[in-house]
Structures are given as structure tokens and as C-alpha cells.
Design a protein. Structure first.
Length: 321
């Protein structure tokens, strides 16, 4: 593979795929039935909340602020991200091939790559050299050839692009949440809190999410118990019953990304009508305050719809039953 690159804005440990889409026929996806195939949806009443943040530790260039009042209608959202087991059911029934499988490679964090593959991986040029482009890395082989998810059925599926997530939703009779829905749900009813549980990252010394501890990107002390992904129900849920909305994996949202959110409506905003990248929320197991503290609820980032990495997944939403 040729040297891979990202733009100069760090996407919080989620690099952008640089090559052109492979020339292949459209991927068939079974039509959704009237009844969602996805269980575990939490019904939320909607309402008005303060979206975004003016956190002094934040990233104004990401469009985190200014804070504004936004109203969302009632909706349902999954308590967890989609798991490997759930995505495997979709693949078994439809024969779906993800973008990572079609391209033949995906991005893997360097410490997760076996030493033999590390030598053959292609480093990312630019601000994120800790990513390696690994041939054969996909949702079924998260660290490349020789790895599998047989013991990670309850971990979040990763190496899925936005387009892959939308295809899954079409089969399962659900959809991706909007950014406003995602943030309303992740806040769990707390007003303007930094995290889903409050202001402190580790209240009373307790870890509440799967992020990086130690010196990024070379040494993770794993004080929270994990180097890579954690099971989707790790740590306690927020007040709405949602798990791991901070850390673990970035989560795709439905919206096209823009930093000018003042132009969007205050009721059920869904981002601009078009764009080049989609919103991702929540941060991941690679986030650390020395580099990327976007595991705060009001933080946000973005990536191209065909990009995939070992730290991006998704949860699903639906309209009221």
C-alpha cells in the first residue's frame, strides 16, 4: 500500500481513509421488515436541553459551542453499541461485505497489532503515526489476519464505516441517531455536565469509561481494565440506561458534519443537507486529555462515510413505537 495520510486536524484517533472507493457492484441488503430486529431500545420522552459546550478544555474549531437550547421529539435509542454478535447475524443473513473488506484493509492502533504484522503495516503520514493500515483488518479480524472476535461477541463491532452502519440499520428496521438525539440521550438528564455521570472523570477514584491512562500513544497502564475495546455493558450506565457513551468506541451519527451549528433549527436538528464527512460522538479507548479529550459529552468529531478504524462503531435509534 502507498503511504497513507490524514489532514492536519487530528480526528481524535480516527483517521480518514485516503483512497478512492473500489469499483464494485452495489452491496445487496435485505429490506427491513416492519418490526425492528434490534432489541434493547430505550424509550426517551425527548425535550429541551442545552446542547454543545463552551468547555475551556474543548475544541472550538470542532464547533462544540456555543451552547444552545435544542428540543428533540420522543425517540428510542439502543442501550449499547451494536455488538459483534449482532453484526454477525446481519452478515450471515445478507452476505454483506463491509467497506474495510472491499478495500482490503483498515486502520489499527499500533499497540494492538501483532509484532509480525507491525513490520508490514503502512504507517499513517501526518499527525497520527500511531495508526497502521493493516491488510485484512476488518470487523471479523480487528487486528488483522490471525485475529478474530470469537471471544468478543459482546464487544462493539468496529471497522464499520458510516455506510456499513446505515446498511445494518436498513436490515434491522432502525436508523442512526441524529447528533442531537445522541447527545440528549448521552447526557442522561444532567444539565451541561462534562460527562454522562457528572464533572469528574474518575469520581472517588472510580473509572466510569474506557479511555487511555498513561502516556499516549506509547504506554497504556490499563487502570480501567482495557487496552482495546471493552464489552458493551462495561461500567455503570447513565441515568437513561445507556452504556459507554463516553469512551470505548466512536459512534456514527446521522448528520453531515458542520461547525456552523447556529444555522441549524432548534427543533430536531439533523445537520446540513449535504457535506463530506459525518458526525462521530463519544470518543474511544484511545482518548486521553494530553491529546484528545473528546470523550466529553459535548465534544464531537467527524470522518468520511467510507472510513473505518478499530475504534469506530455505532448504536441505533428508532422513532417511538
Amino acid at each position: 500500500m502507498a503511504a497513507m495520510s490524514t489532514d492536519e486536524t487530528p480526528h481524535c484517533c480516527a483517521p480518514t481513509r485516503p483512497d478512492a472507493p473500489p469499483e464494485q457492484a452495489p452491496r445487496p441488503v435485505a429490506a427491513a421488515s416492519g418490526r425492528p430486529r434490534f432489541g434493547g431500545l430505550v424509550a426517551l420522552p425527548g425535550g429541551t436541553f442545552r446542547m454543545g459546550t463552551d468547555d475551556p478544555d474543548g475544541f472550538p474549531a470542532d464547533g462544540e459551542g456555543p451552547v444552545r437550547e435544542v428540543t428533540v421529539a420522543p425517540f428510542r435509542i439502543s442501550a449499547t453499541t451494536v455488538t459483534n454478535a449482532q453484526f454477525a447475524a446481519f452478515v450471515r443473513e445478507t452476505g454483506f461485505r463491509t467497506d474495510a473488506e472491499r478495500y482490503g484493509w483498515s486502520f489499527v492502533f499500533h499497540l494492538l497489532v501483532p509484532p509480525a504484522l507491525r513490520r508490514s503495516g503502512t504507517p499513517v503520514a501526518g499527525p497520527a503515526p500511531w495508526w497502521l493500515g493493516i491488510a485484512g483488518a476488518s470487523w471479523q479480524a480487528p487486528e488483522g489476519p490471525g485475529s478474530d472476535v470469537s471471544r468478543r461477541s459482546n464487544h462493539p463491532v468496529v471497522h464499520v464505516s458510516y455506510d456499513d452502519a446505515v446498511a445494518y440499520c436498513g436490515w434491522a428496521g432502525v436508523r442512526l441517531p441524529t447528533e442531537a438525539e445522541w447527545e440528549y440521550a448521552a447526557r442522561g438528564g444532567l444539565e451541561a455536565a462534562r460527562f454522562p455521570w457528572g464533572e469528574e472523570l474518575t469520581p472517588r477514584g472510580q473509572h466510569r469509561c474506557n479511555v487511555w491512562q498513561g502516556t499516549f500513544p506509547t504506554r497504556n497502564t490499563e487502570e480501567d481494565g482495557y487496552l482495546g475495546t471493552a464489552p458493551v455493558k462495561s461500567f455503570r450506565p447513565n441515568a437513561f440506561g445507556l452504556y459507554n457513551v463516553s469512551g470505548n468506541v466512536w459512534e456514527w451519527c446521522a448528520d453531515w458534519f458542520t461547525v456552523d451549528r447556529a444555522q441549524l433549527p432548534d427543533h430536531d436538528p439533523i445537520g446540513p443537507a449535504e457535506g463530506t464527512t459525518r458526525v462521530i460522538k463519544g470518543g474511544s479507548y484511545l482518548c486521553h486529555d494530553s491529546y484528545c479529550n473528546r470523550y466529553r459529552v459535548g465534544a464531537r468529531s467527524n470522518n468520511t462515510p467510507d472510513s473505518s478504524t478499530g475504534n469506530m462503531g455505532f448504536r441505533v435509534a428508532a422513532d417511538p413505537a
